[in-house]
Ligand binder design. Sequence first.
Ligand SMILES: [Zn+2]
Length: 295
Amino acid sequence: MASPSFGHIPGVAPGHIFPDRRALKAAGLHRDLIAGISWSKAYGAEAIVVSGGYEDDADRGGEIIYTGHGGNSETGRQIAGQRLERGNLALARSCLDGLPVRVIRGSRGDPEHAPPFGYRYDGLYRVVGFWSEIGKSGFSVWRFHLVKESQTPRRIHEEPVAYGESPRAETTIQRIVRNNELVQMLKGIHNYQCQVCGIRLLTLAGPYAEGAHIRPLGHPHNGPDATDNILCLCPNDHVRFDYGAIVIAEDLTILDSTSLVPLGQLRTHPEHQIDSAHLRYHRELFARQLPVRDT
Ligand SMILES: [Zn+2]
């Protein structure tokens, strides 16, 4: 199998209907002919087919509660419990890494949202949560909560989640996906360890960290889309950094902005160069509020 590509497939607009799974695969939307989840162990899951294959699936259009795979008979009836492994683990990985998942609906799915025939590409969703529960059959199933992408960035330092539906948004989308690859690479270099506090958050689906842009992307800051402008942080330190609760000095000392008390040194890695100009830019965003040193 080829390596996965995340995000929209260039030239395939949401709403496009394909006659069968073979055509879906040929278009690069989904890499399997039968399985619901298109996934890889190393990267996560990049696409799902929602086609009513599982009795516990719930499709509300912009929101889907998707059942993981395993433990069902050919008719879709659950005959054994599911584990957080294979495609299920990959969907959880996509949740942790904030990766976009292509949603494809089959004609046998929920009549209200299913296409009239074949398989329809319905754009990008994000996995916002996952959990295990007892399904209708009495066996445990893994459930994945997917929500259609909106254009709203969660925080200014975060890449805007502009997986827009119009074709002209395609270049933006490719840029976002490329940026996500940079972030994934950086997290790997740091082994998901926070560069500020050193914590490595371990979840059932593996380690979790966030890519934090030092100089914010987009208007009006126009920070670059490059690894020398990204830090690997835990969520707490990501928020502290974005809102100026901590700044990083020229010599990479981490300072508490309210007291200027040094909190330690930024953890670095030889394979991850950081541009000190971006750190200075970030410091200056909050410098006017920093306390004046007595000396
Ligand atoms: Zn941290």
